[in-house]
Ligand binder design. Structure first.
Ligand code: FES
Length: 123
């Protein structure tokens, strides 16, 4: 299912967080909705800018993190799924290694306006 079809999908222009809320070398998870039906959004901030993805690995549809608030970012611009080690490029969410190879995280287009991360207008 596309994130746009999710019942709690953020609307274009909706604020997700402030840029400085995204920790260096880690990700930030922002929820829309509650409990098991929530849309889990992963935000990262690196040299390539701010990126947002649905926090769901395409391998087994599990979140990329096994511990709340702890994401496995590498120094060379990747994020590793905590369950079976699929490795995704941070800049486009493409899986380059592991059991989700050649699949991608679902990107949520975002823009930064006055230090706030918002869903892009075309999102
Ligand atoms: S659930 Fe992510 S690699 Fe298996």
């Amino acid at each position: 299912m596309s994130w746009r079809s999710h019942p709690h999908a953020p609307k274009s222009g909706e604020r997700l967080c402030r840029v400085e809320a995204i920790p260096n070398g880690n990700g930030l998870e922002v929820l829309r909705g509650e409990g098991g039906g929530a849309l889990r959004i992963l935000l990262t901030h690196s040299d390539g800018g701010v990126r947002a993805y649905v926090n769901e690995c395409p391998h087994f549809s599990l979140p990329l993190n096994s511990t709340p608030g702890e994401f496995l970012l590498t120094n060379d611009g990747h994020i590793m799924c905590a369950y079976h080690c699929a490795l995704f490029r941070l800049h486009d969410g493409f899986c380059v290694e592991g059991p989700a190879k050649d699949r991608s995280l679902q990107a949520i287009p975002v823009t930064v306006v006055d230090g706030e991360v918002r869903v892009a207008a075309n999102g």
